[in-house]
Design a protein around this ligand. Structure first.
Ligand code: ZN
Length: 238
């Protein structure tokens, strides 16, 4: 079986502009995540915002089975042309894993059709990410919950369409809860939103967080179908 072709996309700005964040991710978040996914046998590459075409040429996207997306400070700098291109690939079967502050990315909002805003607070509070759909492949091999000792809080209401499957709910020390693992289908593509990944915490070095993302990649990979036939069909099927 051919390995799943994964492109890890990241904005890669905080790590270059903030010393504190560069200490957490000296080679960028995308490389930390790529390294974490290597043991899973994927065919991995990275792409970042400031590369030509944001690193997402048509050829690269055509050869990507699953794209992961991390953005925060420069969502508006992602060109609409590239958003159109990614959306088209998702509708034709490419999987998309949207991480943390990617909830406000153009591509996620486009695919959701809602504002995708939420509550947030940065006071280093404890988070428990509870598995609420233990039979789902994204939860394979996970404990009952993942505990994060210090996290940024994301709280409801999260302005998203009701997920097709909700696999995680986060609880925070300060009292809020959040739908932190949400599955969708758009066209032939599968989309997973996963909350952890604030840039000041070493989240993408954690084996459990990497495992969730690897599980999500396996879940979101395209299935092989013949091209779908649509439109007027004058002939009777025999
Ligand atoms: Zn954040």
């Amino acid at each position: 079986m051919k390995p799943i072709r994964v492109t890890v996309w990241s904005e890669y700005r905080h790590e270059r502009h903030s010393e504190a964040i560069a200490k957490v991710y000296p080679d960028g978040m995308h490389n930390a995540l790529k390294e974490g996914l290597e043991p899973y046998g994927f065919d991995l590459r990275t792409a970042t915002l400031d590369e030509p075409e944001h690193g997402l040429s048509q050829d690269l996207l055509d050869n990507t089975d699953v794209l992961t997306w991390w953005g925060h400070t420069a969502h508006d700098e992602v060109s609409d042309e590239i958003v159109d291109r990614v959306q088209e690939r998702v509708l034709n079967g490419m999987g998309l894993i949207v991480l943390h502050s990617g909830h406000l990315s153009k591509i996620f909002r486009r695919l959701m059709g809602t504002g995708c805003m939420l509550k947030w607070r940065e006071v280093d509070e404890k988070e428990r990410i509870w598995v609420v759909d233990p039979s789902h492949p994204i939860c394979d091999g996970l404990p009952e919950y993942i505990e994060i000792p210090e996290a940024e809080m994301y709280g409801e209401h999260f302005d998203i369409p009701a997920p097709d499957n909700l696999v995680f709910i986060s609880w925070f020390e300060g009292g809020e809860v959040f739908r932190s693992g949400c599955c969708y289908q758009r066209g032939q593509g599968k989309i997973f939103y996963f909350r952890p990944g604030h840039e000041t915490y070493p989240m993408y070095y954690r084996d459990d967080i990497r495992k969730v993302i690897a599980n999500a990649i396996n879940w979101a990979k395209p299935v092989s179908n013949p091209p779908m036939v649509r439109g007027n069909i004058p002939e009777f099927m025999k």
